[in-house]
Design a binder for this molecule. Sequence first.
Ligand SMILES: [Zn+2]
Length: 105
Amino acid sequence: MTIKKGDQIRVIAGREKGKQGTVERVIRDNGRVVVNGINVRKHHLKPSRSKPQGGIIEVPAAFSRANVMIICPHCSRPTRVSHTVAESGDKFRSCSHCHDSLEVK
Ligand SMILES: [Zn+2]
């Protein structure tokens, strides 16, 4: 999995194609991601003490990592992810267009 929490992504396939957002959660087991504002589902809540009327809330649901590409923070294009080893020996993910680091500081 080359996507991490906090990455900017664009959806490149499926129902939400073209949307952009920030990764909230990565589920490694099944290769899925949760992105704020994308693939939003309605949850129906029973009445509870904090919400005596119950209600309907919208929450983002997980969808496949294969449908997203990382947006490079340097050239702001959607990119595949390269892996680069710096001279210091550190490994980092890099943009395949401009070869700059994708890690968000
Ligand atoms: Zn780039």
